[in-house]
Structure formats: structure tokens, C-alpha cells
Design a protein around this ligand. Structure first.
Ligand code: ACM
Length: 510
């Protein structure tokens, strides 16, 4: 492993980090020398340090703490940075603005954990240890998905969730906005999506198939302004929000709002109150494709992300098989049968994104079924990652047994209700290499990274979200940014890092 001083407990582990004797002291006299283009980074540094420290960190042409873009550092890529701390000066440099934002999270982690507190501290001088750090991520896609469809969370909490992602240099916040049980993004052209699709009468108690319900209505939706602000908030922290609009399955909430989009327009459907895979899916008539394109036009207006996630998984094709109109569509399109409408549908909608300069992302069922222009998220089987990469897809390895944080993190019966079927402990997350073992260089280069998933069928509160997310996300962030790190080394860094989670009030697993 590259050099790193043992006393540093940074997560993710920097590529190279040497601790030197001595400290720079941040106090009321510390001022910032801000290079061209480094203003957003200076703003973030102030935003993050002011609540606990109250330090003004004023701009000054001869400030001791320099933040600068440096085009000579191109080898650090979009996200890398170089940080030098001497007793009398701090120099943070990067080739691109995002690198500076990540460097600021490292500065935060180098300072005492109390600087992370939301409460003003009675301390006026803060030691920043002298160090030389050069840091470049291994993978560009280090993601975290939050399902706000099964259980809605207010945007105030989603912002905190993003704050915690940024602390760990997570680059992608995948926001799962729609599902059978709720539609959370307003669409001006189709207001019933949130008016009707945003609310369900109750929720199934316990796992899919259980026969009892809680009798408690659940609902909520964001405003367009809240989502626009969230995108800006995340970008200011180096995080890209990738929205997900599920199709052609996982659409029961949309069908409850607009039954004409389904295969049985005469049927009235409820927003689903059960968990599991729902048989009702979108129809394949022109009105549906126009609907999807129209929704995505509004999604693209709100979310500048290069990637837009179309879901695509768990789409039973029974309704199409039994529909004369769907069978006819398959025949007209020259498809082998109604099952092939799945790939056809995603291809049609994906094309619309590509025409608008975006890249469609889909959940892979096998790694071999999605149209060529899709970036693929593999989740069912590790072998699918290699299959998809060899077909030429960009791949995000989200294997469920290593990245699904809705599974319990131990087999202790006292763990809260979790997705049944597996235990994903911290070590399993840490052991997960996004690049498959037998990948040749070309296939390995197509693996964009990895991502944690938090499906929320059984997760209703922010405290429960954080209990399931931390510290497992620390392990995923470490692996995605640093590559392989020694388990013992990770554990000892995590011991130090836990003080930071505590200072931030994160309700983490012990
Ligand atoms: C998934 O777990 N539904 C991708």
C-alpha cells in the first residue's frame, strides 16, 4: 500500500498521506487566499466550519490558507487534490473545482472532531496537523441510493444525508423518486402523479407476502423548487444527484394516477400498499412513450446530471402477453415476442435521453438485456458485472450481498426489522471489489465504480436510515475511492472516524 502515516484516520484513505511534526493553527486571524475559480470551495469551507468554530475565514490576498485551481495538476483528474499543511501555511490545490471540494472534506477530517459539531464550541484555536497529501479516487462512481418512494423523507433530511455523503467523498447521490408505493417528483404536465400517486392508504407490515397492514396513510412529494435547490446544494459539495424514474415496471403509483397508461385502462388501481414485485406495468402504446418522454423532459430540466436512471428491473411481462395490443406492438416492431417489449421500451425512452445529451442508466437483470447505450447497474449476481462490461456497457457494481444496506448488518435478533434474505456486515461491504476478479483490462476499465442501496420498505425514520447506512457506507466509500485497503487498517481508521460520526450526531450502528 502507498505511504500513509498510521496516526491519520482518514476515510476514505488518501492515495498518499504523510504526517509531519507540528500544526497549523486555525483561529480568528486565519484568512483565505482564494484563487480564481476557488470561491465555491472557500464558501464550502466557511459553511462547514462556521457552526462549531465561529471562525470568519475572511478572504485576503495574503491569507495563510490558500485555495487554488492549478491546471498543472491535470494528473489528479476531475476529483483529485493536493494538500500541504505547514506550521505557517496551508495550500490546497486541484486541477478542477470538485477536487478542491473533496480536499476540504479532508481538511475537516484532519481537524479535531468537535469542528464537525452543529453546536458552537468554546475553543478559539484549532490545530490542523502538518501533512502532505496527494489524493486521487480509483473510481469515478462512488454512489449512494436513497429510496424516498417507499418512505418519503423531507428535503431538510435529504440535505443532511447529502452532507454525510460529501464527508465520505461519495460522488453520486442516486435519488429513487418513483415506485409502486409512491411518486415523489412533481411533473407539471401530469399533476396527478403526486396528487394521487404521492399517497397510499397504508403499508404492509413485515416482508412481502405478509397479510397485515398498518392502517396508517403515507405520502409526500417534493416541490420542483426543493429539488432544484437540492441539486445545487449537492453540487456545492461535489455530489451529483442522479434521479431515478422507474419504468416500465414499479409504476403502480403512476397507474393509480393515470390508468390510461396501463394495460387495463378501465381498471382503477390503488397506489400499492404491499411490498414485492407488482404485476401491473406500463402499456406499450404511443401515449405511454409520449408520457415517459414528457416526464423525462421535466426531470432533465431539474437535474443537470449526465446520467438519468430509468429503473427497468423486475418488470413482469404477463400483462403484455395477455394484451392483444401489446402482442400486436411486438409484432409490428419485429420483436420475438411480448417479453422483448422490455428492452424495446427502455431503448425507445433511452434514445430520447441520448438525443438530449444524457445517458440512460438501468438496473441489470442479467447484464445482457439492456440496449447498448445504457450504463448498467448490476445487483443480482457478481457475474453480471463482467457480462455487462464485456458487452461494452459502463457498469456500476451494486451487488446486493455487498451494497444493499437494507439487509441487517448482523444476525443479532435485536437488529431492527430488515430486508429478509441476507446479512451484509461491515466486512462484506469492505471486501467488495467493484472490479470482477477475472476482468481483462478493457472490461475493468468499464467498471465505473460501486454504489450503496438503501431501499426503505422497512425504514421510516432518519435515525433508522443512519443506523443502516453508517458505518457501512464508510467501508464502501473507502473501497470506491482508495481501492483495496487492509481490513485492520480500515478498522483502525474507522475507530478514529467514529468520533467524527458522533460529533455529527449520526445514529450509527455500534
Ligand atoms: C432492485 O433491487 N430492485 C434493483
Amino acid at each position: 500500500m502507498p505511504a500513509q502515516s498510521p496516526a491519520l484516520t482518514l476515510i476514505p484513505r488518501p492515495t498518499e498521506a504523510i504526517l509531519r511534526p507540528g500544526y497549523f493553527t486555525l483561529d480568528a486571524d486565519t484568512s483565505l487566499r482564494i484563487g480564481d475559480g476557488a470561491e465555491p470551495a472557500a464558501e464550502l469551507l466557511r459553511t462547514l466550519l462556521t457552526p462549531a468554530t465561529g471562525l470568519p475565514l475572511r478572504p485576503s490576498p495574503d491569507g495563510q490558507f490558500t485555495l487554488a485551481l492549478d491546471s498543472g495538476l491535470g494528473e489528479l483528474g476531475e476529483e483529485g487534490y493536493a494538500l500541504t499543511v505547514d506550521p505557517h501555511a496551508v495550500l490546497l490545490r486541484a486541477a478542477h473545482p470538485t477536487g478542491l471540494l473533496h480536499g476540504i472534506q479532508t481538511v475537516r477530517q484532519l481537524l479535531p472532531p468537535a469542528t464537525l459539531s452543529a453546536d458552537p464550541q468554546r475553543v478559539t484555536r484549532w490545530p490542523l496537523p502538518c501533512a502532505d497529501i496527494t489524493d486521487v479516487p480509483r473510481h469515478p462512481w462512488r454512489g449512494a441510493m436513497l429510496d424516498v418512494a417507499r418512505h418519503f423523507q423531507p428535503v431538510s433530511y435529504v440535505r443532511r444525508y447529502v452532507d454525510l455523503l460529501a464527508l465520505h467523498k461519495i460522488s453520486v447521490f442516486h435519488l429513487h423518486l418513483t415506485d409502486d408505493q409512491g411518486w415523489r417528483m412533481p411533473v407539471a404536465a401530469h399533476p396527478k402523479l403526486t396528487e394521487i400517486g404521492g399517497h397510499r392508504a397504508e403499508s404492509q407490515r413485515g416482508p412481502a407476502g405478509s397479510g397485515t397492514y398498518d392502517g396508517i396513510p403515507h405520502g409526500g412529494a417534493y416541490t420542483r423548487g426543493e429539488l432544484t435547490d437540492l441539486v445545487r446544494y449537492a453540487a456545492a459539495r461535489g455530489v451529483t444527484v442522479v434521479p431515478e424514474i422507474e419504468m416500465p415496471g414499479h409504476v403502480r403509483a403512476a397507474l393509480a394516477a393515470y390508468p390510461s397508461l396501463g394495460n387495463h385502462p378501465e381498471r382503477t388501481l390503488d397506489v400499492w400498499t404491499r411490498w414485492g414485485v407488482c404485476d401491473t406495468v406500463l402499456g406499450v402504446h404511443d401515449e405511454v412513450l409520449d408520457f415517459c418522454r414528457g416526464v423525462l423532459d421535466e426531470v432533465m430540466d431539474v437535474f443537470p446530471s449526465p446520467y438519468i436512471h430509468l429503473g427497468g428491473e423486475e418488470c413482469p411481462t404477463g400483462e403484455w402477453t395477455h394484451s392483444a395490443a401489446a402482442r400486436e406492438r411486438a409484432a409490428i416492431e419485429g420483436l420475438s415476442g411480448p417479453e422483448a417489449l422490455h428492452g424495446w421500451f427502455l431503448g425507445k425512452v433511452g434514445e430520447h435521453l441520448v438525443r438530449n445529451g444524457r445517458r440512460p442508466v438501468g438496473w441489470a437483470e442479467t447484464g445482457a438485456e439492456l440496449p447498448a447505450e445504457f450504463t448498467v447497474m448490476t445487483w443480482r449476481d457478481p457475474a453480471h458485472t463482467l457480462t455487462a462490461a464485456r458487452r461494452g456497457h459502463g457498469v456500476i457494481n451494486a451487488h446486493h450481498r455487498a451494497t444493499y444496506l437494507d439487509y441487517a448488518q448482523s444476525d443479532d435478533p435485536k437488529e431492527p426489522q430488515a430486508q429478509p434474505g441476507a446479512v451484509v456486515d461491515l466486512r462484506a461491504v469492505h471486501a467488495h471489489d467493484p472490479v470482477p476478479e477475472h476482468a481483462d483490462t478493457e472490461a475493468a476499465a468499464r467498471v465505473l465504480g460501486t454504489q450503496a442501496q438503501l431501499w426503505t420498505e422497512f425504514v421510516t425514520t432518519p435515525a433508522h436510515i443512519e443506523y443502516l447506512t453508517y458505518p457501512r457506507l464508510c467501508a464502501l466509500a473507502d473501497r470506491g475511492w482508495s481501492g483495496a485497503t487492509d481490513w485492520t487498517d480500515f478498522r483502525s481508521r474507522l475507530d478514529g472516524h467514529t468520533a467524527r460520526l458522533d460529533a455529527l450526531g449520526v445514529h450509527h450502528h455500534p
